[in-house]
Design a protein around this ligand. Sequence first.
Ligand code: ADP
Ligand code: MG
Length: 329
Amino acid sequence: MADLVKVENLSVSYKIGGGLFSQNYLKAVNNVSLTIKRGSFFGLVGESGSGKTTLGRALLNAVPISSGSAHYDDGDVSYELSKLDKTQLADYRKRAQLIFQDPYAALSPRMTVRDIIAEPIEVMKLASDREEIDSRVRTIASRCRLNLEHLRRFPHAFSGGQRQRISIARALVSDPRLVIADEAVAALDVSIQADVLNLLKSLQKDMGLTFMFISHDLSVVAHICDHVAVMYLGRLVESAPTRELFKAPKHPYTKALFSAIPSLNPDDQGTAQRLEGEIPSPTNQPSGCKFHTRCPHAIDICKKEEPSLQQTDPQHEVACHRWKELFNT
Ligand code: ADP
Ligand code: MG
């Protein structure tokens, strides 16, 4: 499978406060490299504050890339995301779309479902003829398992799961290739999450989509993703095919995330470590390995040197000084 997205040494900083002559920066994404294969379901996990949303927004060209690069190639076009001209940017907006976390906030209460789904078609000038717009709206609405008779209603008439399907239809109406789903089921009842996940998976297959699925919840990622990348304080700390990551995680942080989910805990010998404390602030980062302040295995070198991402298996990478002695089983 060819690569749809190739990210190399990507960093994103936000300007925060500072004085008249100085400016402070917060590095939310720090030197991340990863590739997303065409047609795959790529998971991005990590605690809140680890930089997942920022990375997703960088791939949508919604925040400027501070350094490094992100390359997009869907077979029809090939773009360097930090170097798009106006026409390319307009084209890229159709090809890369976002599904929001909160289906309540994302939908305008004064618009009918039909108009909500049709709006991107009009904004992106994908069609101007009303019949054609209606036909595109109906096609995507039924793909998203919405009742076509409901298109004339307003979003308040719907449940959380139905609203999320409306936002999914809106995101997919431009026929994108890349979809960033940022905590797309986090606001939904557990009973409805599975429905929406199944819908995303079947849309991915039917429409040939590539997903970057962002979640703080490993148990959600487990069921839907082919490959999972784990972030901690702006860094990628581990990346592997889902099955392998779950069977043999090689970073103490990944292991700690697993042990928080009893049903997924691959380490049932009672040796799993609970994750203590909180993720440090990006404005006051620890020295060396950023995880050393919470890591039960940290030794001297971990406090001094930041580990680089190493390949452990063909598609498995980890950034830990001690992975070989700890987890090379
Ligand atoms: P996640 O999605 O994993 O929770 P985010 O990408 O939202 O992480 O945030 C990463 C870091 O960047 C956090 O420390 C957050 O406070 C900070 N951050 C996010 N957005 C902004 C912004 N617009 N301005 C300044 N700091 C931000
Ligand atoms: Mg987020």
